[in-house]
Design a protein around this ligand. Structure first.
Ligand code: FES
Length: 653
């Protein structure tokens, strides 16, 4: 047995014997312990902070003496004076092993730290970003050893950081010589670490030691909205989030209308490409301003989108996606440069697009799979990402199937008589008293219900302007539960329902939610065409789920995850009353928020997850679902309310 001191690292549990005088950073590296360093042990970056523990450790079978590490040195003192160091912390590159010791590596000193996600069932994100900072000392030029500054920088990166075959671009070469001389041959470089298909590449260079942060963007490019999260590539934290309406809306509300716009108008696809890229750049400027950072520090970006958005963003005519067999120009993941897409971030920034599953199942579904991990689930889980288009995944650890369903914009309040987008003034929650058939509601911008004191004052500035997606769904579900609406989807008359809120509307009836006409405001009603629009949308949603269940030969699923901005707002009860989702115990229906956006964030922060989803998608493609006649015939039938087999849970027979 070695007589050298025993070094035990926590939380990894890795241990080994090292000669007296070994720096803790060296011991960590030799054991493969995840301990960060940007300066390579030169006492500049402080990324290598560790916490030694002293005393008896019966669990590890060691006693750690007070002098187990070398004495506090000048470099540590200088750092503490300048920047501060938590009491008990040491710099791993300065502290040397003197005796048996137990050393904790705090999360902020771990390169591959876990970013904890809030939801209990969600997996944490392991940090493994594409781009990292490296501080290097470069040999000065010598008349007797002719070689370029770049070659010596590349050699230094290999010798000091084991980065092999590092490449660069012209823009780095243009700034290289001044940076090296200004930094007295010491520079910090941001290196994109590459993968099996591409070598590591220098993205940026700073003279001396650069103590700043690199950023990345996770972008969910939806048909209706574009949402972006700006993330710190070191800590994984979301520094700022922002969103805009997709400027392509002016060319058509839904995907197919945008495809037809490009078919009917020469150059229409290019017009839409320009619109979405301009919108994206405006969003990036907005988010960088909000976070008070220089946009050129954004070195990586991940995009998730449906196939039509994917093609239009890339500048590919989506013509083929408008007709069977829905051929994609490419379904593989793409790694591009930001400048190829005219994006105003770092000129050499990388852009990664998740793979598409099929011609009508996009990278957004892949992102949902990454976020919700149905492929790791023991039980059979149905993941429904509801938006203008619904992405539906069904599976467990043995197999995952995916499909996309054209729900249209009704769920988001469009094509609804009093519908509007979710904005202040829109009714977002609604309840109907089953006895009196009277509604009470809440509008966006206020937490007070319409029958509570203070409501009028609370909505004085916004007014009541319409009803948004979650509001219309709750309204219809509540109408059904209150007996105002029959199972086929017809609104009863005042006589049939016993409420004057049911009013004649042509040859059918409508339910009056709010009448603001006396004050010049809107009259908000739910009409039979509204019910029909929601019936069609939920038919599309339900049919997609049903199709996948048929492929699995199952009648029920173990649990349901509702995702998407809209999925986050509709209650599981209302979703089930409307028959949007198949039978499942209510307590097994959970909400995942913006799963596609989270998937983009995971892919941004962990490059290993990119490989993982590429493999999952490849496996899913092997059992892919094509658009079928069965699907279309189900779609064309309006669905009764509810689709559940046992509706008595919600209202009397
Ligand atoms: S490794 Fe940079 S200060 Fe220790």
């Amino acid at each position: 047995m070695s007589s050298d001191p025993l070094v035990i690292f926590t939380p990894s549990g890795k241990r080994g014997h090292f000669p007296v005088g070994t720096p803790v950073l060296t011991a960590a590296r030799q054991l493969g312990v995840d301990l960060d360093s940007v300066c390579g042990g030169r006492g500049i970056c402080s990324k290598c902070q560790i916490t030694p523990s002293y005393g008896e450790f019966s669990k590890h079978g060691v006693t750690v003496a007070d002098d187990a590490l070398s004495e506090w040195n000048k470099v540590e003192q200088r750092y503490k004076d300048k920047r501060g160091l938590i009491d008990g912390r040491r710099l791993g590159c300065q502290a040397q092993v003197q005796g048996d010791v137990v050393i904790d590596v705090p999360p902020e000193s771990q390169v591959h730290r876990q970013v904890v996600r809030k939801r209990a069932e969600a997996r944490d994100i392991t940090m493994n970003p594409s781009t990292r900072l490296f501080y290097v000392e470069v040999e000065e030029p010598d008349m007797h050893k002719p070689s370029g500054d770049m070659e010596r920088l590349v050699e230094a990166l290999e010798a000091q950081w084991q980065l092999k075959g590092v490449k660069t671009d012209l823009h780095i070469l243009q700034g290289l010589q001044p940076a090296l001389r200004k930094g007295k041959w010491k520079v910090t470089v941001a290196v994109h670490l590459g993968d099996e298909n591409q070598p590591p590449k220098i993205m940026h260079i700073w003279p001396g030691y650069y103590d700043g942060t690199l950023y990345g963007l996770a972008v969910d490019l939806g048909s209706t909205t574009i949402a972006a999260h700006l993330c710190d590539l070191k800590s994984g934290e979301v520094v700022a989030s922002s969103g805009i309406m997709n400027p392509q809306i002016r060319f058509g509300e839904d995907l197919m209308s945008r495809v037809s716009y490009s078919m009917m108008n020469t150059g229409g696809d290019q017009e839409m490409t320009r619109a979405v890229r301009d919108g994206m750049n405006a969003l990036f400027t907005q988010i960088a301003t909000e976070a008070a950072i220089d946009q050129s520090l954004i070195v990586d970006a991940v995009f998730v989108c449906n196939p039509v958005m994917h093609h239009l963003f890339l500048g590919i005519d989506p013509f083929e996606l408008g007709q069977a067999p829905f051929a994609l120009a490419t379904s593989d993941a793409l790694s591009l440069q930001a400048r190829e897409l005219d994006l105003n971030i770092h000129p050499a920034a990388r852009v990664y697009l998740l793979p598409c599953i099929a011609g009508h199942v996009g990278a957004d579904a892949a992102a949902v799979a990454l976020s919700e991990a149905p492929d790791k689930s023991e039980d059979l889980v149905l993941v429904v990402d509801v938006g203008t288009n619904a992405e539906i995944l069904l599976g467990n650890k043995d197999k995952v199937l995916a499909c996309s369903s054209p729900t249209g914009p009704a769920f988001e309040g469009a094509q609804i008589s009093s519908g509007q987008r979710a904005a202040p003034g829109a009714i977002e929650r609604l309840e109907i008293n089953p006895e009196t058939k009277e509604p009470r509601f809440r509008v966006i911008g206020s937490d007070i219900w319409s029958d509570e004191t203070g409501f009028d004052a609370a909505i004085a500035t916004t007014g009541i302007t319409g009803i948004c997606g979650s509001g219309i769904n709750e309204a219809i579900a509540e109408m059904r539960m209150a007996g105002v609406l029959d199972a086929s989807g017809l609104i009863g008359s005042a006589e049939q329902t016993g409420t004057a809120r049911c009013i004649e509307d042509g040859r059918t009836n409508a339910y009056l939610v709010w009448d603001g006409s006396a004050e010049g405001g809107p009259r908000i009603t739910i009409t039979n065409p509204d019910i029909r629009a929601i019936q069609m949308a939920k038919a599309a949603l339900y049919s997609g789920a049903r199709l996948l269940m048929d492929k699995f030969h199952v009648e029920t699923v173990d649990r349901v995850v509702l995702a998407g901005a809209f999925g986050a707002h509709i209650s599981s009860k209302h979703a089930m009353v409307l028959g949007m989702i198949p039978d499942c115990p209510l307590d097994k229906v959970t909400s995942a928020g913006n799963a596609a956006g989270t998937g983009a964030r995971i892919a941004l922060l962990n490059t290993k997850a990119r490989r993982e989803i590429e493999e999952t998608v490849a496996a899913s493609r092997r059992s892919k679902l094509r658009s079928s006649r069965v699907f279309r015939s189900i779609l064309s039938m309006p669905r009764p309310f509810p689709t559940r087999k046992n509706p008595s849970q919600f209202w009397p027979q």
